[in-house]
Ligand binder design. Structure first.
Ligand SMILES: [Zn+2]
Length: 440
């Protein structure tokens, strides 16, 4: 079978290693079948097609380990009064004015737009958390249709919550259950079980979520301690902090995928590591909601499995990496914190591990061909000692030249190769205007 050789100037096999100059890969079907020096590959496979990528870096695709595709609908929404804290943000703004009013046409427009944006940003895999209680049931299947058309690798979920009522919460859990059961773990699109928080879901509801996940063999996702509100409520209602509460419920373990984890104390960091829970860090949206700065360097030191997410605030993944690279240095008064290679690892292989995506996140023989070419025409010379810094500090989606997912080229020279809607922006505007009517 003929393969495709990609022959770049730089190859990132894994951000846990130094990059290799003059190395490339061979792709056959959906897999990477060979990695080695460009000259050796050309000699060994003279009949393969080849793509020369001078002054470009061949990198694993980014894994956006937490987003809300519908979130774009609220960007710039007019408000007469800005929320003055995390709880008012949810109660007075996000729930009544955004999530409760989202319907299927709004969702479709948002997902179409965001899929295009992700491909242009070098994102090859993502985890989405949809909360739109009035679009149940069936909204995940509808979302999956658009994601499939774009060829992205994704885990889709619905954020079940009892905040409206128990019946609606159970409908949300069922939506996840059915969707996950209908998508096998080796498919491009998968599901998981998802619920909101300890302050919107009872212990019984949380147990039901974990029970369903156990049956299906999948992860359970929740938002956790995004600001001070959840730990304060947990201390008041359960006499302990959220991570300790989860441990007491017997659900803290390797199938827990906890997003945010901003307001943790030292004992919670230790417990997360000890029990093998997975955590997603959202540096920029934490700033947006005034939630604080997550103790990420401490979680890294403790060995917590970590990934990075955009939270659908600023979706440019280079910006997300810059956030993770910078804010912890400022908070910890230490420029050595969060070195560039670590941040790049979290954005790629770390995210894939966090989402339990098998053989994703590295460019290595036998791994899935999810990768991107990024322009390496930096203002100063690149070397193996500074390539990760160059990529994080000076790159933007405009430099992403090619994106391949599962062996298919979906973006080339800035042009989408998918069956995309060229009028996505106009469609999005029309739906956003419907959503914004009456929001102020
Ligand atoms: Zn979120």
């Amino acid at each position: 079978m003929t393969g495709l050789l990609i022959l770049p100037e730089w190859l990132i096999i894994s951000a846990s290693q130094l990059p290799k100059r003059g190395w490339g890969v061979r792709i056959e079907a959906d897999r990477i079948t060979e990695v080695g020096p460009n000259n050796d590959l050309v000699e060994k496979f003279p009949h393969d097609e080849f793509l020369r990528a001078n002054e470009q870096v061949l990198s694993p695709g980014f894994v956006n380990a937490h987003t809300h595709l519908y979130g774009v609908l609220a960007h710039g929404i007019p408000l007469t009064k800005a929320p003055d804290g995390f709880w008012p943000f949810l109660r007075d703004f996000w729930w009544p004015l955004v999530e409760d009013r989202i319907d299927i046409p709004m969702l479709n427009a948002a997902v179409e737009w965001q899929c295009q944006l992700m491909l242009r940003s070098g994102i090859t895999s993502f985890y989405d958390c949809l909360e739109a209680p009035n679009s149940l049931p069936g909204c995940l299947d509808i979302e999956a249709q658009t994601v499939t058309r774009h060829g992205l690798r994704a885990i889709l979920s619905f954020e079940a919550t009892q905040r409206a009522n128990l019946e609606n919460g159970l409908l949300g859990l069922q939506e996840n259950y059915e969707f996950t059961r209908n998508h096998r773990p080796d498919e491009l699109i998968q599901g998981l079980i998802c619920y909101h928080t300890t302050f919107t879901c009872s212990a019984d509801f949380i147990h039901q979520a974990f029970q369903k996940a156990k049956e299906l063999g999948c992860l359970v996702h929740m938002h956790c301690s995004e600001g001070t509100y959840e730990p304060e409520q947990a201390l008041k209602n359960f006499g302990q902090r959220p991570i300790q509460y989860y441990d007491q419920l017997g659900v803290l373990g390797p199938n827990m995928l906890a997003s945010q984890c901003v307001q943790l104390d030292e004992s919670e960091v230790a417990l997360l590591a000890e029990r093998g829970a997975h955590v997603v860090h959202m540096p920029l949206s934490n700033c947006e909601v005034g939630g604080g700065i997550a103790p990420v360097p401490k979680m890294v030191a403790a060995g917590v499995t970590l990934g990075l997410g955009s939270d659908s605030y600023i979706d440019n993944f280079f910006e997300v990496m810059r956030g993770a690279f910078l804010i912890h240095k400022a908070k910890g008064l230490d420029p050595r914190l969060m070195p560039a290679n670590l941040v790049y690892f979290l954005a790629t292989e770390g995210g894939a591990r966090t989402l339990n995506l098998e053989k994703v996140g590295r460019i290595e023989t036998g791994w899935k061909a999810d990768l991107q070419l990024i322009g390496a025409d930096f203002p100063t010379p690149a070397g193996e000692w500074n390539l990760y810094d160059q990529l994080i500090l000076y790159c933007n989606p405009e430099r992403v030249r090619m994106v391949m997912i599962n062996g298919r080229i979906l973006l080339q020279e800035g042009q989408l190769k998918t069956d995309y809607d060229p009028n996505a922006r106009q469609s999005l505007h029309a739906q956003v205007e419907r959503l914004w009517q009456g929001a102020h």
